[in-house]
Design a protein around this ligand. Structure first.
Ligand code: SAM
Length: 342
């Protein structure tokens, strides 16, 4: 990012897709449906949880669907439900059904810890969910319990199977790698990918934990993860890979894939197409943004779609060039990952 960069005072284009001043198009929307979570991952949330948002502050299904419709009219093509843990929001399939009715061509996916998927996968698929990403940081029961503070590996693995049986595919598995904890499991996860056919995506540990205990020394660069896997199972870059994840296939043609999200060691801000709507209706153009655009207030005050469109266009237009994790002047956002919606 240019050191002297300040948000542009020029107005955003009144037509066309959601674009920022650097020419990036925002067409992928992450919608947090709750700030609550039934896990307490050490790198995300304190053991005792957080101060949850009051119910009245959380967007209703009708409000989420209305906003999703406005985003869709502005070129957003995919919506990912997240949180907190999205499956703890009551009646989640109803929201999926409403979003599906709003946009038949919208890709609707969800990121979940998977623990409730054994009973929710079928209702969610029937409601119109296309696919899921399930977070799983260890394939070893004790380490999984240590990292998530829940002894739930078996249930999560059953959730992944239920998602596959329900057709919520292709399934991706998100694995946050933390130095001194699960960094030695890369090859085991590669075996898991080959056996199940799922894509395992390794995510670098980011300074977004509520406890603020993040240390650079605990970030394991994805280049190390890829090297470890490549020594055992040679990898080839996948063609036409979606950004920002870089995806690799197994050179021997085995099923499954390996993805890397290297937000710390190799930021991909110049191709980032992601936008985020928090559970309390704030638009964030970057995970690390220090400011948000309030959509809930105007929505509840009776704003027209055109007025909401103006707010959204301005919020995206003012997206900064990139996050500053690797700069001495990095400032953490006030909200942590589960409050933003990862
Ligand atoms: N509860 C859902 C889940 O487990 O996928 C969705 C929300 S969770 C905040 C989304 C993703 O963010 C998960 O894959 C989680 O592991 C990841 N995450 C949370 N804190 C993180 C951090 N400090 N650094 C990197 N990834 C993090």
């Amino acid at each position: 990012m240019q050191d002297d960069w300040t948000p542009s005072d020029t107005p955003p284009p009144a037509e066309g897709p959601l674009v920022d001043t650097f020419g990036r198009i925002g067409d992928d929307l992450r919608v947090s449906v709750t700030d609550r979570c039934n896990f307490r991952c050490t790198y995300c949330m304190p053991a005792e949880g957080l101060q949850w948002l009051p119910r009245a502050e959380i967007l209703t299904f009708e409000e989420i669907t209305r906003l999703a419709g406005v985003f869709r009219s502005l070129g957003v093509r995919s919506v990912k439900l997240t949180g907190g843990e999205p499956t703890v929001r009551a009646d989640l399939p109803t929201l999926v059904r409403m979003l599906r009715a709003e946009g038949g061509d919208l890709e609707i996916s969800m990121t979940s810890n998977g623990i409730l998927l054994d009973r929710l996968a079928i209702p969610l698929a029937e409601a119109g969910l296309d696919r899921v990403t399930v977070s799983c940081d260890s394939l070893m029961r004790h380490r999984f319990a240590e990292m998530t503070r829940r002894d739930a590996l078996d249930k999560v693995l059953r959730g992944i199977e239920a998602a596959e049986a329900a057709g919520l595919t292709p399934i991706k598995i998100n694995c946050v790698v933390i130095g001194g904890q699960n960094e030695g499991e890369a090859v085991d996860f590669a075996r898991f990918a080959r056996r199940t056919g799922h894509e395992v995506r390794f995510i670098e540990y980011m300074p977004l934990d509520a406890d603020q205990k993040w240390e650079r020394a605990k970030v394991v660069p994805n280049s190390q993860v890829l090297e470890a896997i490549d020594r055992e199972f040679p990898l080839v870059a996948a063609e036409g890979q979606p950004m920002p994840a870089s995806t690799y296939r197994f050179a021997d043609g085995a099923p499954g894939a390996i993805g890397v999200i290297s937000s710390v060691s190799e930021p991909f801000c110049d191709t980032c197409n992601r936008l985020r709507l928090t559970s309390d209706g704030q638009l964030r153009a970057c995970l690390f943004s220090l400011d948000e655009v309030d959509l809930r207030g105007p929505l509840r005050a009776g704003a027209t779609d055109q007025e909401l469109e103006g707010l959204i266009r301005t919020g995206v237009w003012r997206k900064w060039e990139g996050h500053r994790i690797n700069h001495p002047d990095f400032v953490r956002p006030a909200r942590s990952m589960s409050m933003i919606g990862g």
